[in-house]
Design a protein around this ligand. Structure first.
Ligand SMILES: *Cc1c(COP(=O)(O)O)cnc(C)c1O
Length: 411
């Protein structure tokens, strides 16, 4: 019998371990009633992921419904404007419903259908994940309930309407700050009660195992496409890849295929908000500490008593107190670098991208662009940066206009 080779260090494919840990991070910190369902989900997922028929269906829907592959675009004028590295955009903004989130929503909804679960629940902050989930549920004929903070519902009334138009029931959550964190609590509560009939489509690379792994794998197509496309365009791998990080799903999907290429620098950009002070930002690696939130152990913005801090970002998609556990792991190993962009730098980058390229990025993605705007000029002109344009900015133009007016008036 052939001997099994023992690996000297964990490979990116062997993580997380069977209990969902990435080193000290991740895991399954949930009420006891959810432990068995989570292991069942992990098993159903593993079985689906190994089934070529599941991939055939997923690939077909990613192509015909979501719009994959997305283009890799050379930002020629922006490159000239910044005067350094050649800048490429991975165009996740061109996907159906406007962001990368559809990759995961589609994958999980197909998995739920395979598991015989006809009722879908999800949480949403600004509404992007809610819209992706509601759309996919309409398409697959699944019942859909979206939990959303009452404050967010008011701020994002149009997105609430879009979800309802696709047949979803949007349930307002009145607890606490009435935003994303409370919506997740409510979704978890629903799931505990209805776990036999219901699948919870979690929206980022967060939460209890198997979610961080599953969500990452539904998004890793972003990086796999990027590798082929940059080889075609430049004949080599990029020097640096940059993505914004809320929970971390677009970033880990973009980076995953490059973790074993030490020549490619990977940079995640968090939300610096008004600047790094308690309550003013959402940069977990700047002001956060190790803790447990909503199922997983990771870096969290919290006060000395462990109460979760209020967070702030100009972009709702990055405005969350915890970061995905896999990012914490690769930060320790110095494989992924982290930076942050303030609201002000982000608005500047938002405007720059629209002016130079005629592409309005999501404010989340504009955080990554703000980092590129600092980095590219310092690099030689034969170097290559790829930035993940995680979403489009149609949803943000009203807010950007309001903020830019306020800046003008203050001058
Ligand atoms: C939700 C969202 C994000 C943040 O989520 P991640 O899980 O960190 O990717 C980033 N960009 C856009 C456009 C989003 O909608």
């Amino acid at each position: 019998m052939a001997q099994v080779e023992v690996e000297s260090k964990p490979s990116r494919h062997s993580l997380p371990d069977a209990t969902g840990h990435f080193g000290p991070y991740g895991g399954m910190y949930v009420p006891e009633t959810l432990v068995t369902p989570l292991f069942e989900l992990a098993e159903a997922y593993r079985e689906a992921w190994e089934d070529p028929a599941f991939h055939r269906e997923l690939d077909l829907q990613l192509k015909t419904y979501a719009g994959r592959p997305t283009e890799l675009y050379f930002a020629e004028r922006l490159t000239r404007h910044l005067g350094g590295a050649r800048v490429y955009f991975k165009r996740e903004d061109l996907l159906h419903t406007g962001a990368h989130k559809i990759n995961n929503a589609l994958g999980q909804a197909l998995l739920a259908k395979r598991m015989g679960k006809k009722r879908i629940i999800a949480e949403t902050g600004a509404g992007q994940h809610g819209i992706a989930t509601a759309s996919v549920c309409a398409k697959l004929g699944l019942e859909c309930i979206i939990y959303m903070g009452a404050v967010d519902m008011e701020r994002q009334a149009l997105n609430v309407y879009r979800m309802r138009l696709s047949g979803a029931e949007v349930r307002g959550v009145d607890a606490g700050q009435k935003t994303l964190k409370e919506a997740i609590n409510e979704a978890i509560r629903d799931w505990v009660t209805h776990v036999r009939s219901t699948h919870y489509v979690l929206g980022s690379a967060l939460g209890a195992h198997p979610y961080p792994m599953m969500v990452r794998n539904f998004h890793k197509v972003i990086g796999e496409e990027t590798r082929l496309q940059i080889m075609e365009a430049e004949g080599r791998l990029p020097d640096e890849m940059v993505a914004c990080i809320g929970g971390g799903s677009n970033a880990i999907g973009f980076f995953f295929d490059f973790l074993d290429d030490p020549g490619v620098r990977l940079t995640g950009v968090e939300a610096g908000g008004y600047g790094i002070a308690p309550g003013k930002h959402a940069a977990r690696f700047e002001g956060g500490k190790l803790g447990v939130l909503q199922g997983c152990k990771t870096f969290i913005l919290q006060n000395p008593d462990g109460q979760i801090d209020v967070t702030h970002s100009v972009s709702a998609g990055l405005d969350y107190a915890a970061i995905g556990p896999e990012h914490a792991y690769y930060r320790d190993r110095k494989r992924i670098d982290f930076a942050y962009a303030t609201d002000e730098e982000t608005l500047e980058a938002f405007r720059m991208c629209a002016r130079m390229e005629g592409i309005i990025p999501a404010l989340e993605s504009a955080h990554a662009l703000a980092c590129v705007a600092k980095r590219a000029p310092r690099l030689p002109s034969d170097s290559v940066i790829v930035v993940n344009l995680s979403g489009r900015g149609d949803k943000d133009v009203q807010e950007a206009a309001r903020l830019m007016d306020a800046v003008e008036q203050a001058r």
